[in-house]
Ligand binder design. Structure first.
Ligand SMILES: Nc1ncnc2c1ncn2[C@@H]1O[C@H](COP(=O)(O)OP(=O)(O)O)[C@@H](O)[C@H]1O
Ligand SMILES: [Mg+2]
Length: 342
């Protein structure tokens, strides 16, 4: 039987005030997250993908109570945490953790790896003082570090080793959910693989839920059960990873997937997988925000309201197109009859 979701985001928006508003007129805001609904079950790994600026980090931070939510609600383990009680927020902080992109920047250069992990145990009073050293050894071993690594400072550890220390610090909290924000983006490909394997093992061992933020879709495909695709603050498609990768329903998802050469090494990478940059979230296009870059856009995509969400069991996408319209990626197409721009 499916267990109830651990984390629920219900129509969540996050806005930032921006400079340049005219005094006396409505304040200008940037809506970094725009009405996002998402659920994460215990032990589940959900990938959050999309181009830079699509709101992934802001959403991740909002889910962990690190960014105030301006609309909608976040619940953790059945308790509302956004606009909830201090106790609910404290519990969220105790039971979740974040792993960041920059493995060096996230660590205090003066502390050894063992001290960095011990610090978390002490702050959260996880174990009695007499047991801190033993627990530190356990955690370092869990993330694949040897005892001698514990005596080193970040400057004498590699990027991958620092990231393992960062993960050990996150695990020291004994979290039920970790948000990993581009946590392998700065690492060599071979080290990325090791960290991904580590996350896969930890999920199994610890029944950990994971929100894995990445712009690298190949990594998400290996690690995640489900994937949510964000564009300009909205989730435009969500579903089981393999289904989304082999049969994307939103043209934006299809374009992102086409931009990964590893998916089908025989197929040449299109010169421009995705034309141009996304528009600024300050000036969202009317209708479907993706329409200016969409090869399938029709007149009804250009005007409000934005496309309604279409659903199938376990899947949803926000596009007027139905199944089978966006070229499936499993069939190889010769260069000449690739989908045409109308
Ligand atoms: N603290 C902030 N103040 C103002 N704007 C912000 C802030 N943080 C993020 N943004 C803006 O919100 C949008 C989403 O950013 P972010 O969540 O970092 O996206 P991603 O992680 O997908 O790259 C961007 O336009 C970014 O410039
Ligand atoms: Mg980010």
């Amino acid at each position: 039987m499916k267990r109830p979701p651990l984390m629920i985001a219900d129509d969540v928006s996050v806005e930032f005030p921006v400079q340049g508003g005219v005094p006396g007129f409505s304040r200008r805001v940037l809506r970094a997250v725009n009405g996002v609904t998402l659920q994460v079950r215990p032990g589940e790994a959900v990938g959050l993908v999309g181009e830079s600026g699509s709101g992934k980090s802001t959403l991740g931070r909002a889910l962990l109570g690190l960014e105030p939510v301006t609309n909608g609600a976040v619940s953790f383990d059945g308790t509302r945490v956004s606009g909830g009680t201090r106790a609910a927020l404290d519990r969220l902080r105790r039971e979740t953790a974040m792993v960041f992109q920059d493995p060096y920047g996230a660590l205090n250069p003066r502390l050894t790896a063992a001290q960095a992990v011990a610090e978390v145990l002490e702050v959260h009073r996880k174990v009695p003082r007499s047991e801190v050293a033993a627990r530190v050894s356990e955690l370092l071993e869990l993330v694949g570090l040897r005892p001698e690594h514990g005596t080193r400072r970040p400057a004498s550890l590699s990027g991958g080793q620092c990231q393992r220390v960062g993960i050990a610090r996150a695990l020291a909290v004994e979290p039920r959910l970790i948000v990993a924000d581009e946590c392998v983006a700065a690492l060599d490909v071979s080290i990325q693989g090791q960290i991904i394997n580590l996350f896969m093992e930890l999920r199994e061992q610890l029944d950990l839920s994971l929100i894995f933020i990445a712009h690298d879709l190949a990594i998400v495909r290996r690690l995640c059960d489900r994937v949510a695709v964000m564009y300009l603050g909205r989730i435009v498609e969500e579903g089981p990873t393999e289904q989304v990768f082999t049969d994307p329903r939103h043209p934006y998802t299809a374009a992102l997937i086409r931009a990964i050469p590893e998916i089908d090494p025989d197929r040449p990478l299109p010169a421009t997988p995705l034309d141009g940059d996304p528009p600024s979230p300050m000036r969202l296009p009317p209708g479907c925000a993706f329409h200016p870059r969409c090869p399938h856009a029709r007149s009804e995509c250009r005007g409000d309201p934005p496309p309604a969400e279409r659903t199938e069991p376990g899947r949803r996408w926000s596009c007027i197109l139905g199944p089978g319209t966006v070229a499936p990626l499993t069939t190889k197409q010769p260069e000449t009859d690739r989908e045409e721009t109308p």
